[in-house]
Write a protein that binds this ligand. Structure first.
Ligand SMILES: [Zn+2]
Ligand SMILES: [Zn+2]
Length: 595
């Protein structure tokens, strides 16, 4: 959540709505124990423990309970109760929350840390809280409020602690904004990449393979190959050299890179063989560093740009896995650019330009670049302990971005352990936010690998290293693209570009001929020769979101033409096959986003 949001009226409004929800729950379920209730990106939640029944089973909310809770919330809102802040002593807080064990635990912690304890009170309800809140409950628009869903949530996210019931709600300044938000959610549900990924036969997850380890189906693999082809073309143009590296390596490599022990929690446990400990690679970087170091380098070799669509394995927590968006095996559009300091500006900007080219190609209109910096307090813990180099690297990035008028924001304590980076957040066509690419400036690792080059004065110098992955990983990026396009991929990406549909079996021969000719000119095409009715074949092609359908009947067969039906419903009859082939080849060659 952005700092800007955390200071907004909307944030206060949602925070206050969470308090009102807790009060409503206590009115209807006086035995409820309260957990916490913060605002979140597009609403708020509150966690409750409703206790257990005589059989020891946890009481739980049911979706049918939500309307009644909403009604009670509206009554509280109508009371326009003012929210009053008060600092209290530890003893007062304990007394106030004597029946609320979870709150007592929070009070213990605040007291241990010596932090001030404060409460917010409105009407008869008091909550342990720092704020901020709106002035009174009447500021919450009664018709901009909705309770959305119920979920289980462990107290403090710890599965060894009690499971609480979380009620999610949303609140907006007006009824209209709530309506738009709900419409957006409905659209997002329709575009959900997990659903579409199955329907369009892009990927599957299988329990026997394991969580977070997707299997790419033939259609999905076409998407991957098209993206790789694009990346290869762009990287060839920019004089990258491709390399390939293994999926596992010995612990000594990761000790040298610093991934061990700092990154160990996110790595799969090691395999032992012949006295060696091997780890699945969580990143490609150290492998590329070894390739750099495999022979002496001079300033004439720089910039050296090594690229690889490299597979990486990270042990993400099972609770965070989500379709293709968070996985445990991912293939990254990775590269490392080794260069001298005077080459940094040009190299760094070339990467930023590459990002912008990709964004325009995919119709990504909204994106934000963020300069992620170190935190002074965490030098030597989370970050390489070299403050002067941090300041230098951060100001280098800042200056390059400013000089080229690239808008960006800055954030502390978000850097990589070896240097600052530009992180890019992108928004899909329906406004869903994804964090995608990074462009990192590394001063910390090249010295650990003794990377050097001979400069023009004949001295040994340490190169800088830029880590970049503009398309992120296939997994995440394709997950994004499915939702962004709602499965309606542009022609160049579409797994099946053309489907030929004969009107009757009589035209099967002609349909095959059309398909064969298009296939020979590099188009992904199939002819539907089943004896289904034509309408059923058209519906099947529409379900698979095939961009072009060619309907061929007696007339087309006789004239050597096709009738084109585009995915958007537009039609063109009596098109010569040559003219259609030229159209589709042009769309593919230019990677045109329009049909
Ligand atoms: Zn609060
Ligand atoms: Zn890297």
């Amino acid at each position: 959540m952005s700092e800007q949001y955390e200071q907004s009226e909307l944030y206060k409004l949602r925070h206050t709505a969470a308090h009102v929800l807790a009060q409503a729950v206590l009115v209807l379920y006086p035995q409820a124990r309260l957990g916490i209730g913060p605002p979140i990106a597009d609403g708020f939640y509150y966690d409750f423990d409703l206790g257990v029944d005589e059989n020891g089973r946890a009481h739980s909310f049911h979706p049918d309970d939500l309307p009644q809770l909403e009604k009670r919330m509206r009554q509280i809102i109508a009371g326009s109760h003012s929210l009053n802040y008060q600092q209290v002593s530890e003893a007062e807080a304990r007394q106030q929350f004597a029946n609320q064990p979870y709150k007592l635990e929070l009070i213990d912690e605040l007291a241990d840390k010596g932090e001030p304890i404060s409460v917010y009170q409105h009407d008869s309800f008091v909550d342990l809280c720092r704020g901020p809140h709106v002035a009174h409950t009447g500021k919450i628009p009664a018709d901009g409020l909705k309770l959305m869903s119920i979920a289980g949530a462990y107290w403090r996210g710890d599965e060894k602690r009690p499971q609480l019931q979380r009620i999610y709600g949303t609140a907006w300044p007006s009824k209209q904004e709530l309506k738009e938000h709900l419409a957006m959610l409905e659209e997002a549900r329709k575009r959900d990449h997990r659903q579409l990924g199955r329907e369009l036969e892009i990927f599957i997850l299988d329990e026997d393979i394991g969580p977070g380890l997707p299997l790419w189906l033939p259609n999905g693999n076409i998407l991957r190959e098209e993206l790789e082809k694009l990346a290869h073309e762009m990287e060839d143009k920019a004089s990258y050299q491709r390399v390939s590296t293994p999926h596992i390596a010995k612990d000594s490599l990761y000790l040298q890179s610093g991934h061990l022990p700092y990154y160990e929690d996110e790595m799969y446990p090691p395999m032992e063989r012949e006295g060696g400990r091997y780890y699945l690679k969580p990143m490609n970087c150290p492998f590329h560093h070894k390739i750099y170091a495999s022979k002496p380098r001079s300033y004439r070799d720089l910039p050296l740009r090594l690229s690889e669509y490299g597979m990486v394995y990270r042990y993400e927590q099972s609770g965070t896995l989500m379709g293709l968006l968070r996985v445990r095996a991912a293939q990254q559009n990775d590269a490392h650019i080794y260069c001298a300091e005077e080459q940094l500006e040009e190299e760094f900007m070339a990467v930023i330009d590459l990002y912008r080219y990709y964004f325009s190609l995919f119709g990504i209109e909204k994106y934000v670049m963020r300069l992620s910096k170190h935190s002074k307090a965490k030098l030597g813990i989370k970050y390489v302990d070299n403050e002067p180099m941090w300041l230098k690297a951060e100001s280098l990035v800042r200056e390059v971005m400013q000089k080229h008028a690239v808008p960006f924001v800055e954030a502390e304590d978000e850097a990589a352990f070896y240097g600052p980076k530009i992180d890019v957040q992108i928004w899909s066509a329906i406004g869903r936010e994804f964090s995608l690419a990074t462009n990192q400036l590394d001063f910390g690792v090249p010295p650990r690998f003794d990377l050097t080059f001979t400069n023009q004065r004949g001295e040994q110098e340490t190169p800088w290293c830029i880590h970049r992955a503009p398309l992120g990983a296939h997994e995440r990026f394709i997950g994004f693209l499915i939702e962004h396009y709602a499965g309606n991929f542009p022609v160049w990406l579409a797994p099946e570009q053309v489907r030929v549909i004969p009107i009757t079996d009589e035209q099967n021969g002609y349909a095959e001929q059309v398909a064969a000719q298009l296939k020979a000119s590099g188009v992904r095409v199939q002819a539907m020769l089943e004896s289904d009715r034509m309408q059923a074949k058209i519906r099947a092609a529409q379900q698979m979101k095939v961009p072009y359908m060619l309907v061929v009947g007696e007339r087309e067969a006789a004239a050597g033409t096709v009738s084109l039906r585009k995915r958007d419903g537009s039609r063109q009859n009596g098109l010569s096959l040559a003219a259609f082939a030229a159209l589709v080849q042009e769309k593919i060659a230019c990677r045109d986003g329009d049909l």
